[in-house]
Design a protein around this ligand. Structure first.
Ligand SMILES: Nc1ncnc2c1ncn2[C@@H]1O[C@H](COP(=O)(O)OP(=O)(O)OP(=O)(O)O)[C@@H](O)[C@H]1O
Length: 302
């Protein structure tokens, strides 16, 4: 990294394609040292946001900044980008291609070559440097795409679905590199549909729908906004729980009852447990916090 770290600021970006509003005032900031997970249904606007951040397409309105500075042709070169459509040359040799990309970003020849060697080593592809990209498996091609985003030692990383199609080992290699870059102070933005991975890896998450930011925060903050679910197994007639104020049945079967409390209910988990014990022998009682997948469903539902 050659500059002091700056946040990547996406400020009120809108984009229309004919009658379709792809982005509608999209706003968020990725801070230095932060891994930010960008999630949303298919067509929500993730790739469009990232393409605008890289200047691949232009916004109708709004601004992308690095810190206080609006992005320019030259400052865009400080971003490492992994596009969804990938975009390296299938017939070119991997090592030569990476060195060429680094050179395009202004890196001198010897640093470009040593960075290429170090990255291929880190990604487990040292012995493939002289091979054509298309001769690699898709997962390994994706590792090379990551190398292409990193080879000029960027100050910011923007990665469109970097984990899609990777095996568990490659997921770990990719995760480790993102964590390492963030620890070096780089703001890291990536999109993904793998919510378990996002929940595990990201410092903050933005959930978008229809081109707008719908919910944003740390995973814990987002989980706190959702409803806990209580699973109770009790030998008692079906509606023992009705005495608890603000309670709702969220599902269940013959042995298990799933319950949620309305926000604002004065009742607690202890009230539910007491009601269950008053009704009959309790064999099981658990409280489950919503995970990112539950919250996602809640946030994106029309
Ligand atoms: N070049 C284009 N012309 C017309 N519509 C487009 C174009 N690019 C994107 N769109 C539309 O803009 C909306 C947002 O698309 P975008 O690719 O940003 O979504 P996404 O969140 O990345 O989706 P996915 O998870 O499927 O990759 C979609 O409705 C898409 O069809």
């Amino acid at each position: 990294m050659t500059h002091s770290p700056s946040p990547l600021v996406i400020d009120g970006i809108s984009k229309r394609y004919g009658d379709l509003t792809a982005l509608d005032g999209m706003t968020f900031t990725v801070h230095p040292g932060e891994i930010y997970g960008f999630v949303g249904s298919n067509g929500a606007g993730k790739s469009t946001t990232m393409r605008i951040a890289l200047g691949v397409i232009a916004a109708d309105s709004g601004e992308v900044r690095l810190g206080d500075e609006p992005l320019t042709e030259s400052s865009r070169r400080r971003i490492g980008y992994m596009p969804e459509e990938r975009g390296l040359y299938p017939k070119e040799k991997i090592g030569a291609q990476l060195t060429y990309l680094a050179r395009l970003h202004g890196v001198d020849r010897s640093s470009a070559e040593s960075r290429t060697t170090a990255l291929l080593e880190k990604l487990g592809l040292s012995d493939r440097a002289g091979d054509q990209l298309e001769s690699l498996s898709l997962g390994n091609q994706q590792r090379v795409q990551l190398a292409a985003a990193l080879v000029h030692d960027p100050d910011v990383l923007v990665l469109d679905e970097p984990f899609s199609g990777l095996d568990p080992v490659a997921v770990n290699v990719m995760s480790d590199i993102l964590v390492e870059r963030a620890e070096a102070g780089v703001p890291v933005l990536f999109s993904s549909h793998q919510l378990d991975l996002v929940q595990r890896l990201c410092h903050r998450v933005g959930i978008i729908a229809s081109g707008r930011m719908r919910a944003e925060g740390t995973v814990d903050e987002l989980r706190d906004t959702g409803e806990d679910t209580y699973e109770v197994h009790v030998d008692a007639p079906g509606d023992w729980w009705r005495s608890v104020p603000g309670i709702r049945r969220a599902g269940g079967n013959d042995t298990a009852t799933l319950l949620t409390l309305d926000p604002g209910s004065p009742a607690t988990d202890q009230d539910i447990l007491r009601a269950a014990m008053a009704a009959g022998p309790v064999h099981h009682f658990t409280r489950r916090r919503p995970d990112l997948s539950d919250l996602f469903q809640e946030v994106v539902k029309p």
